[in-house]
Design a protein around this ligand. Structure first.
Ligand code: ADP
Ligand code: MG
Length: 326
């Protein structure tokens, strides 16, 4: 009997300290975030999650172009007027964004942002913008007109009315930074999901890999693949929430910075990469590049894969993705 009680107390002790996944869902950077950490108890987990939230808030204050007090708004305000000194962190984010522009032949471009005066995807746009307006606006777009001074840490947008925005890379960056912070704090395993921008590390409590479900936006109830994330990032960029229809044509909220017109033809892109920042930016880029050029570029990059769904529901994938039929 005594042995039984000892054993019972022992088992109880193990289970109450057993690692468990703790998840919190909240709105950050204007989007839904789910933060999951594996921890021994809920108090420790709460501290971890609180610190991740603090980190994401900090990043939002730096990169938001809505927040008038952010350094990003400062850069935009002085476009065509003078260079603005920024923190090293923002400077390097802009540097990396420009590198991705070069990698994608300009399909990705943080200076797309001045186009948001022309294309609005909040339901307020009732007719197609005029060709003239689009031409005038797109003249203010172009990553080669973002001038960086590494010694002085200044950013200068060459033309008045030019504007940068991190809508296609910011959530990925925030997910990476939150993960980095939690790993440094000793959290053995977790997953940050920033509205479809996911970054994971470690394993689930049962020892299995974290997985991502891929759905076809044209048939939302049907998951067609469940793929392992493997200690890296997966980002899905979809237009099924933000798009407009004109004359039976569907225009996505992703703009081709070279023409000033929204991308058409693709409705969802999922990119797998070691980091969420790159995956986020590349998912947006593939939208603009289109199926062939997009897949071709992704196939040239090591450790990066993608799945594309077009507006007819066709699924295409890069060379190294194997989808088992569910
Ligand atoms: P979501 O955040 O909706 O999942 P994305 O990561 O693809 O989708 O980001 C889309 C956002 O990126 C747009 O809402 C806009 O703010 C911005 N954007 C649009 N076109 C481009 C572009 N060509 N390059 C960089 N950013 C873009
Ligand atoms: Mg993106």
């Amino acid at each position: 009997m005594r042995l039984f009680i000892t054993l019972f107390v022992f088992l109880l002790a193990i289970t109450s300290y057993a690692q468990q996944a703790h998840k919190r869902t909240l709105k950050l950077m204007g989007s839904r975030f789910d933060i999951t950490v594996v921890a021994e108890d809920s108090i420790t987990a709460k501290d971890y999650i609180d610190s991740a939230i603090e980190e994401i808030d900090r990043i939002e204050k730096l990169i938001s172009s809505w927040d008038e007090n952010s350094q990003t708004s400062e850069i935009n305000k002085f476009a065509g007027i003078k260079p603005v000194k920024v923190e090293a962190e923002l400077f390097s984010l802009i540097e990396r964004a420009i590198m991705i522009s070069k990698l994608t032949d300009g399909a990705f471009d943080i200076s797309y942002a001045s186009m948001d005066k022309i294309w609005k995807f909040d339901g307020s746009m009732k007719k197609m913008p005029s060709e003239e307006d689009i031409r005038a606006s797109v003249a203010k777009v172009g990553y080669t007109k973002i001038l960086l001074d590494k010694d002085k840490l200044t950013v200068f947008l060459k033309i008045r009315g030019m504007k940068i925005g991190f809508g296609a890379i910011g959530k990925g960056y925030a997910a990476d930074m939150a993960k980095q912070l939690l790993v440094a704090k000793g959290v053995s395993s977790g997953i940050i999901n920033a509205s479809g921008d996911m970054n994971s590390w470690g394993q689930q409590v049962d020892g299995s890999e974290w997985k991502v479900a891929i759905t076809n936006p044209l048939n939302k109830n049907k998951v067609f693949a469940l793929l392992p994330i493997n200690n890296g990032a997966v980002v899905t960029s979809g237009d099924y929430e933000k798009y407009v229809d004109f004359n039976g044509k569907r225009y996505s909220h992703i703009i081709d910075p070279r023409t000033g017109y929204p991308s058409i033809g693709i409705i969802s892109v999922t990119v797998f990469a070691p980091k969420a920042e790159l995956a986020d930016a590349l998912a947006t880029s593939v939208f603009v590049m289109g199926k062939e050029a997009g897949l071709d570029r992704i196939n040239q990059l090591p450790n990066i894969e993608c799945i594309i769904i077009d507006d007819k529901g066709n699924i295409s994938k890069s060379n190294n993705i194997v989808i088992d039929k569910l």
